[in-house]
Design a protein around this ligand. Sequence first.
Ligand code: NAI
Ligand code: SOE
Length: 391
Amino acid sequence: MKQLNVGMIGGGFMGKAHALAYAGMPMFFWPAPAVPHRHTIVDVTEELAKNAAMKLGFDHYETDWRKVVNDPEIDVIDIVTPNHTHAEIAIAAAKAGKHIICEKPLALGAEQAKEMLDAVNEAGVKHMVAFNYRRTPAVALAKKYIEEGRIGKILSFRGTYLQDWSADPESPLSWRFQKKIAGSGALGDIGTHVVDFARYLVGEITDVNAVTKTWIPERPVQTGGTDSLGNVKGGADVPKSPVDVDDEFITMVKFDQGAIGTIEATRNAWGRNNYLTFEIHGEKGSLAFNYERRDELQVCFSDDPGDAKGFRTVYTGPNHPYGEGLWPIPALGIGYGETKIIETYDFFKSITEDTVVSPNFHDGYKIEAIADAILQSAENSQWVTVAKELS
Ligand code: NAI
Ligand code: SOE
């Protein structure tokens, strides 16, 4: 069985999720396309890197990502660092001939994302951007129904991503609230997951008309680089600094095939946790999904008997996408980890079978262009057409 050596850059929340996926993927999908080997992990200090290596099962650790990117033993570079570092690491990794999986959002904006896309294309390496939620089996099932024409021509898409971890003004100013590190706020951090759903399920977004809001203009400065996602609060004695990104956005969208829709995201919605949803209406039926009930797809077909018409629940399991690798009875329940395991499986398959995997840097670039258009639209209070050459 082929083994691929992974060099992971960053040992925080996503470091843990991706390491779990490397360990778990062959247990779920056997024979695995290749066995991921956790070779080297990088973090910014010796202490962080050493701890991450022990905790996440890597053989080696480093504090300089450049050494790992240029290590001939490494096959795959996994970028799980804050957003402002993605481009430099990915471009260097492409030049070194490594296959790359990079966390979302791909970059700080479309211009930077294009440089990353050019670098991987020039190098001929495999590339993926980690919008893992589309690999939830219920979301992949929605895609299957749409491709089979089960809901007919799509009329509309409504997508939300609502969380509440930053609703408290004492939730600190981590890297996610700083434009120079994050690029944007709720838009880049969570709204892009919905944009990925919209493009995956419906088609290309051509026009946007948006509003953005920053509800909490300053926050206590967080100590340390890792974002505690509001689980550690600032105190009255902690100095505050300005937030220069959006807390919330809502946009209308138009799609290339004629559908219309809305996309919104906020991290200030008390009571909402990982409320990542879509509802799609077609000429012959509707589909609805909420990640907080991730084993379920709500379906309604126009030819359902009149006395049984209404949404009903399909619980995903062995008969559905990725069912062969997951649990043997519907509704045993998958978690966040399984979405990352499936992502790893598809990425490794693209490497060993030499195929194109999606979402890749091209998708990441298009999503950045849509995010840029959303910010521009909000600033100018008008419809903005996403650059034509991207479609
Ligand atoms: P985090 O704050 O938990 O961890 C980031 C880690 O990277 C920290 O340990 C930090 O010390 C390290 N780091 C920073 N600069 C570095 C450098 N130059 N070299 C090596 N290590 C460095 O952040 P988290 O939540 O893991 O986010 C990382 C990326 O993953 C972000 O782009 C974020 O948007 C994305 N993300 C994606 C999720 C998804 O569902 N797909 C979920 C959470 C985050
Ligand atoms: C914080 O909003 C966060 O960790 C995002 O960065 C992820 O992309 C999302 O999936 C979960 O929430």
